[in-house]
Design a protein around this ligand. Sequence first.
Ligand SMILES: [Zn+2]
Length: 448
Amino acid sequence: MPQTPGRPARAGLAALALGAAAMALGYSLRRRQRRTPRVAPQRLHAALPPRDPKAVAYTRTRYLTALAGEGLALGFLVAASRQDRPVRLRRWAERHAPNPFLRDALFGGSLLTLSTAALLPYSFVSGHLVERAFGLSRQSAVAWLADAAKGYAVSLALGAPTTAGLYAFIRRSPERWWLAAGGASALLAVVLTNLAPLLIDPLFHRYTPLHDEPLRRRLEELACRAGLPVLGVFEADYSRKTTKANAYLTGIANTRRIVLTDTLLGRRAAPAEPGQPEPEPVVYSHAEIASVLAHELGHHHFGHIWKGILLGTVGTLGGFALADGVLRRTGALPGYAGKGDVATLPALSLFLSLVSLAAAPAGAALSRAWERQCDRYALAMTNDPEAFIGVMRKLARQNLADPCPPAWLEALLYDHPSIRNRILMALEWPQTGGPPTDAAAPADRYRE
Ligand SMILES: [Zn+2]
């Protein structure tokens, strides 16, 4: 039988241990990453894009603002859980919605609204002004605010009923709630991942099947060779909002698809805002785009979305199990009606935020490992390291990525290997004796 975790002190220690383990993992992976290159330093130097001071400044600004954002979000939760504030908010919700489910949904929705409002100035600076200052945003302030309002509406529609469901589980089964809630969160993750490409993504961008016929044929041939022929390839009109390029994988089962941004395809869906300088579109060759697609196919081949959902569920179960002690202690405070009182939500959110922050370096390290796996897969599928290196150089320029970030920053926060390490892998590719065993499968299957 699973054990109900003990005292809050033990939970705190466990969170600290988790953080320490995450740091250790991050550093060990960094050591492995910064091993001696198997190519001549001059070759690596010649392949790397020049280190643009603007890109270095942008990378630093982004990570500093992200750090500030974490601090502000935690500060909000500390302030919201202090004194009798949560109890007063719950009493207010009770007056407007006597039904327990609606009361808890109103409480959750109100907490989300307060936090969105409190963090709005920060979000505007980091999400709009910084991007604008570096010439990466093509959006007006009004358009940015409209997107932020849509994001808030989606969070509210999902967050309010989720809060009510969670507290219904806690009241129904005070000892084993975390098992049921963890299971429900897994189910929710599967449903949301499946529906996001149909219901949520189109709120922010327009998705159309890839227009470019010769490119589409080339990509379909590649997908067929990878054993994933039914996969749709879509382009999205990111150029309305940004000059940055991207490609990603989304959906599961019948909604799985690969998305290439129109900025990667050298297109502009709308003219620039008046007075906004317009950088030249970066042009990627078909071979380079095929290399990007092959990387994304790798995520499908290795089942990274399913593995991500599975690991997320394990993390949620662990976080909930640890949070049980926090709920018990907070629920016993004067004015609170026990563990199942929704007034414990700010304390619960604060604790879960700290746990996920402590686990973030481990998550980033795992993500980098998966990205490296897909880079190797792309090289095996295309056998074109030059195209791969070309993409990396162009992406660094277009997205203002620092190709050589400080090693500690990469180890702790980067969810992709740095441009330097990705280029190094491609340079070493012909010397590693061809495709590694984990990437050999799709080509073999095709040959059969
Ligand atoms: Zn990837």
